[in-house]
Design a protein around this ligand. Structure first.
Ligand SMILES: Cc1cc2nc3c(=O)[nH]c(=O)nc-3n(C[C@H](O)[C@H](O)[C@H](O)COP(=O)(O)OP(=O)(O)OC[C@H]3O[C@@H](n4cnc5c(N)ncnc54)[C@H](O)[C@@H]3O)c2cc1C
Length: 325
């Protein structure tokens, strides 16, 4: 009975969203793709279809699609490179806004870039323009939008250190530019994770440093990633966040190390498995489903909790199928 009610509501919600989308004017309809398999847009290659997807290539499109989602109470979320998300097997019952704004401008040591540009292209372009600072992050997959949302980083540095300001589309449909301090950055997080605001573009302050050294750091870091990370098997990188330092001012404890010591390195579930060279990385070894990954992640968490009494926190965001209220 409960399931039937659930299914009826699901169908009613779906019909309502479809009729809203069908009533849009032609120019907007042309920008919408239906039933887009999200597995093709995520690095884990998992996830069912989005009911609707639009590729956002300028601020006006972002504003208009955001307005549709808001006014008609259609669930929506912004997708970047899909390298830090796990999409539900049933897909997403709503409107996915794929961020594809990529404009780049360099003025002295100040660089502005669209949220849909890849983080790595920003590093490449700025090095070519003689600017250094971001090379430590070479090889991190995904877009500027995803990197700022999750305050991406490695080797003790993160993207927020270089950010001057960000232009957002807020949940009320207003476009506003805010300073980096307004984004509530912390380790692998920012306010964007929960606010529902969409990042449109960002401005960074870099420096004219030692270019040869920066190029060498870039080469080394890319080579290190190729050695340590899966580069052909689908993955979303580290599944759990590292733990806070045990003492103030100390280093974060690597979740991978705890997982290794807890014996999680050999775990698997269905088509999902722990990567053999890094116990904090889940790979889609053989047509894994979202449920396989969730099940495996739960086993990994249990192993660490059982051995160390510590609860790991997910870094990868689970995008649920989502029902309307
Ligand atoms: C092999 C591998 C290695 C990795 N190594 C690292 C690493 O060293 N350090 C690190 O920090 N991460 C790492 N990651 C994780 C991932 O690459 C980063 O988190 C990346 O910054 C995510 O960007 P994305 O565009 O793919 O975001 P997505 O996965 O598309 O989205 C992530 C989150 O950001 C939100 N989002 C995306 N764009 C916007 C926007 N424009 N406005 C508002 N919200 C938005 C999404 O809604 C979602 O909540 C790795 C991943 C892989 C696969």
């Amino acid at each position: 009975m409960h399931n039937k009610r659930h299914t009826d509501k699901h169908l009613r919600d779906e019909q309502r969203i479809i009729s809203v989308l069908n009533a849009l004017d032609e120019s907007l309809q042309r920008r919408i793709e239906r039933d887009v398999p999200l597995c093709c847009l995520t690095t884990l290659q998992i996830g069912g279809p989005a009911l609707a997807l639009c590729r956002i290539q300028n601020i006006d499109q972002a504003r208009r699609f955001h307005e549709i989602s808001r006014e008609h109470d259609i669930p929506g979320f912004c997708l970047g490179g899909g390298s830090n998300v796990l999409v539900d097997d049933l897909g997403f019952q709503g409107l996915v806004m794929r961020m594809e704004i990529t404009d780049l401008g360099i003025d002295g040591e100040t660089v502005s870039i669209g949220a849909g540009a890849t983080f790595d292209s920003l590093i490449q372009e700025t090095l070519q323009a003689g600017l250094t600072g971001l090379e430590f992050a070479s090889g991190i997959p995904g877009t500027i939008g995803g990197a700022i949302t999750g305050n991406a980083g490695c080797f003790g540095h993160d993207i927020s250190e270089f950010l001057l300001e960000a232009t957002l589309l807020d949940t009320q449909g207003r476009v506003e530019t805010v300073g980096a301090a307004d984004l509530g950055f912390a380790y692998r997080t920012s306010k964007l994770k929960t606010s529902g605001d969409i990042l449109l573009s960002a401005v960074f302050r870099l420096q004219r440093g030692n270019l040869d050294q920066a190029a060498e750091t870039r080469r080394e870091n890319i080579a290190l990633r190729r050695r340590k990370h899966p580069h052909e098997t689908p993955t979303a990188g580290s599944y759990f966040k590292n733990l806070p330092p045990e003492h103030p001012g100390g280093r974060r404890r690597a979740a991978g190390q705890l997982l290794e010591q807890a014996g999680a390195g050999n775990l698997s579930s269905g088509g999902a498995a722990v990567f053999d060279k890094h116990a904090n990385i889940i790979i889609n070894r053989d047509q894994a489903t979202c449920s396989d990954v969730l099940d495996l992640a739960a086993k990994m968490k249990d192993a660490v909790h059982g051995k160390f009494g510590v609860v790991l926190e997910e870094e990868v965001r689970h995008i649920r199928h989502q029902q309307l209220k």
